[in-house]
Design a protein around this ligand. Structure first.
Ligand code: S3P
Length: 168
């Protein structure tokens, strides 16, 4: 693991990107940036609230802006699950020197975590079938840009973090 280039964690909501990124950044003493948390700080509102008041497109623009800035610095960047929904984000990630790590989680594992955690706007407005289709479609997209894939299914965050560290 070098300290020169950023490491970007991508993956579906609820997979544990923030926890794994926080853990890893502390262990390796590098900077940590969480795009959702940055947006929340800037807007003084959660992603769910921003979706509801200003719309998803607005949220996505903020997300792209933060990603672009974060990629200029070394450290670990944790992204929102929808980062692959915007073409510009994909090209920013592909063009960057960052190592892109896909934190994979199978759907039952993700559902279990989402039910424990705070609510996400896309969970609330989707049927089970739509949610499965979203997971399946994004799984392909994450894989298409990832340099490394780490399976987080039924693993604790510190184990996933150790596997990320070994993989990059
Ligand atoms: C989203 C995932 C969320 C957050 C927003 C949209 C998505 O982040 O960015 O609610 O489209 O999957 P997490 O992946 O951290 O849940």
């Amino acid at each position: 693991m070098t300290k020169q280039n950023p490491i970007v964690l991508i993956g579906f909501m609820g997979v544990g990107k923030t926890s794994v990124g926080t853990f890893l950044a502390k262990k390796t003493k590098v900077n940590f940036c969480d795009t959702d948390k940055m947006i929340t700080r800037m807007e003084k509102a959660t992603p769910g609230e921003i979706f509801a008041t200003k719309g998803e497109a607005y949220f996505r623009r903020q997300e792209t802006h933060i990603l672009e800035q974060a990629l200029k610095h070394p450290g670990i960047i944790s992204t929102g699950g929808g980062i692959v929904e915007v073409k510009r984000n994909i090209s920013l990630l592909r063009k960057s020197q960052a190592t892109i790590v896909y934190i994979y989680g199978d759907l039952p594992h993700i559902m279990k975590r989402l039910l424990r955690n705070q609510r996400r706007p896309l969970v609330e407005k989707s049927t089970t079938r739509e949610f499965y289709q979203l997971w399946e479609r994004r799984d392909q997209m994450y894989r298409s840009i990832a340099d490394v894939v780490v399976d987080s299914t039924n693993k604790r965050n510190n184990i996933v973090a150790a596997e990320v560290k070994l993989g990059v």
